[in-house]
Design a protein around this ligand. Sequence first.
Ligand code: ATP
Ligand code: MG
Length: 407
Amino acid sequence: MCPVIIDRSKHTVSRKNIAPEALKVLYRLKETGFHAYLAGGSVRDLLLGRTPKDFDVATDAHPNQVKGLFRNCRLIGRRFRLAHVFFHNTIIEVSTFRARLTAETGEQGPHFKQRDGLILRDNVFGTPEEDAWRRDFTVNALFYNIADYSVIDYVDGLKDLDARLLRVIGDPAVRFAEDPVRMIRAIRFACSCGLTIEESARKAMLELRDKVALASRERLYDEFLKLAFCGQAEKVARAMLEYDMFAVMFPEMASWMKEPGNESRQTWFFKALRQVDIWKKAGLRPDEPLLWALIFGEYHESLAEEMIKQGYRPAEALVQAVLNHMLNHESRVQIPKKIAHETIRIMAMQPLFARTTGAKPKRLSARPSFEHAFVYFKFSAGLKGRNKELVEWWTAQLKGGSAGNSE
Ligand code: ATP
Ligand code: MG
């Protein structure tokens, strides 16, 4: 199929907005005689007038040929070799055009998995057209060609981009079954790029959402972080509930939020993610343990309340509640132990903010994760309309750098 080629004068992708490191890689490949395209999310973002998060390059040069061209290059990936070209503070990912079967985890068919590296490599490389078709959404499959500064479109992605439509390449049911994580990606791109999910994809998501649970627990963890830090996390949270996708990832908390008569339980969840968006706008990113503490906060507190009724002390109850929930072996999302333990520390400190006499405040403020714990304390106080005086007391103490010197 012939692609639509949009001449430089007819699109808005400008080299001014492309990282110089990416341009360097593109030009060197081109000058050596290879195709060199900017690909994926960076072309989409540039056409939308957004700042790309990173710049990916697609080429017909094989990984070893890429490595030969750049001193600062490392090959990664076992199934599909990718070249990472390292610069002072950025990495440009260079991938060789791929054939359809290699979509991240979409390698279907036993013959494919059994092959050794060499044969696999021969089979996975493809043409630019194949490379475009194996991608997930039409708006993610556009190329920017450094040879003539044109945009190359095999999949009608530009039309969809103009219509602000997120359309799956191929049959949504097939592509989502191949790799269910694409459904979560759909939510992320729809929310972060302001796109509407095309109707047949929407239907397929509602039908197939349970398949998300088939993705590896580690990958779901990474994907959730991408959702949380995409800059539109509150919108994402609403969409995750609308598609009932949050329930697939975190079933216990989702059913707690859905208990009839308790609609207000969603408010905390949305506000936590709104806070993450506010930080992101200010160029800040909360550490993961704090992120989880905030997202799960009200749920963990309610679990702890039940335990307190059974006789646990508050701090102990919080520790146990967070432990049971975040480190549950049956959970769908694998939260790294180290992160979960820090979230536990943040929560276990909460009851201790009530102690403002003697050396206790000083000891508390010297504990690891104290700053995170105080962020949580302030956030929950604001949301729940509680502990106003304590927040003021602690804020004054910490400003003066003298927590605990009040006596
Ligand atoms: P971001 O702005 O978050 O980086 P992105 O579109 O660049 O978004 P990446 O995860 O960096 O997303 O992937 C780069 C490109 O690789 C995508 O634009 C898409 O074309 C392709 N891709 C990534 N994951 C998949 C997948 N699961 N299935 C098919 N294609 C994928
Ligand atoms: Mg990217």
